[in-house]
Design a protein around this ligand. Structure first.
Ligand code: GYE
Length: 330
């Protein structure tokens, strides 16, 4: 009896399972989102052009880090020409190989339309080293310095250097007109410098260059030698001012206090030579952070709108200056 039931049960189960509608295969999920790696990524980078030691270190950071990470870098040299930079940007939007666009904008204004075009083309945009004016929803993030804060630091240091000075007339050598570092460093410098009675009696662009920094300072010295401090918005322009002060018979860093921004190797040498008092660092080695943000953007990760670079201030009267200078990467 028992055997018969067991047999019937087996038959019944077989019949039942045969009647079961075929297990509906699990619904096909959307194709698993591609997980990007550096090796898959092609980044189109629009550099400003060549300026000085800072820019050379920045360009090297992009090229060397791309090699180390195994990503494809399309490097576009805008030759300090805004029209060329905009054309290059449009080129990268149209280039099917380019996944992400990074740019060091020559000027802050005028990027709204191309950024909208990049967004429409689904190409994430990362701002490197310099900011743009306009809607931050049009770019993923800005990797770089707080230029206003760099200016504030320079103003604070100039106040210390001119403490007790009867007069506090300062000349400012400005970066290329319209660029965010030029605008913001000037703003920050005045914010703190004016608190101690500093008056900026001359201010003009030297386009980040030694030659123009020298020419502009020479022209001012022809008019008057009533200057107690010079603020060079980058090292190169300060080096130019140092040359012209010497030629005018003034002792740089003694008769006229000098502060620069960037802290490149040349600035350390000038401080060791005693011709520069202080340099405010602006870190050019930001490519790793830019590439990291590019990869995160491609993988749909959300990012803060600003990824700050790490920076300090360096002094000619620092007892360890020689060792510090020896340890610098740029
Ligand atoms: O200070 C200057 C370079 O954009 C922060 O550009 C950069 C500036 C830097 O030419 O030396």
């Amino acid at each position: 009896m028992f055997k018969k039931i067991a047999f019937l049960l087996v038959i019944a189960t077989m019949i039942l399972s045969a009647c079961q509608p075929a297990a509906t295969p699990a619904p096909a999920t959307e194709a698993a989102a591609k997980v990007w790696t550096y090796k898959d990524m092609t980044i189109g980078f629009l550099q400003t052009g060549s300026e000085g030691g800072w820019r050379a270190a920045n360009t090297a950071s992009f090229k060397e880090t791309a090699e180390q990470l195994g990503l494809t870098l399309k490097f576009y040299d805008s030759q300090n020409d805004l029209a060329k930079q905009v054309a290059g940007f449009q080129q990268f939007i149209a280039d099917p190989e380019v996944d992400v666009i990074a740019i060091s904008p020559l000027e802050a204004a005028g990027w709204e339309q191309v950024l909208k075009d990049a967004k429409a083309a689904g190409k994430p945009v990362i701002l490197s080293d310099r900011r743009i004016d306009g809607n931050e929803d049009l770019y993923v993030t800005f990797v770089g310095a707080d230029f206003v804060e760099e200016g504030r630091k320079a103003g604070t240091e100039m106040c210390k250097l001119l403490e007790g000075s009867e007069k506090k007339n300062v000349w400012e050598l400005v970066g290329n007109v319209g660029s965010s570092p030029a605008i913001d460093r000037g703003k920050g410098f005045r914010e703190t410098a004016e608190k101690c009675g500093i008056v900026v009696t001359n201010s003009q662009t030297g386009n980040w260059s030694i030659v123009e920094g020298k020419q502009v300072t020479e022209a001012w010295l022809k008019e008057s030698k009533d200057v107690q401090g010079i603020f060079g918005q980058n090292d190169e322009m300060a080096f130019g001012a140092i040359e012209s002060l010497k030629e005018a018979g003034l002792v740089p860093a003694v008769d006229v206090k000098i502060i620069s921004v960037d802290a490149t190797a040349g600035a350390f040498q000038a401080m060791l030579d005693g011709t520069l008092n202080v340099t405010v660092e602006c870190n050019p080695l930001i490519a790793p952070q830019v590439y990291e943000a590019a990869l995160a953007a491609l993988n749909g990760e959300s990012l803060p709108k600003w990824i700050p670079s790490i920076e300090g201030v360096f002094y000619s009267d620092d007892a360890n200056l020689k060792e510090i200078a020896a340890g610098r990467k740029y």
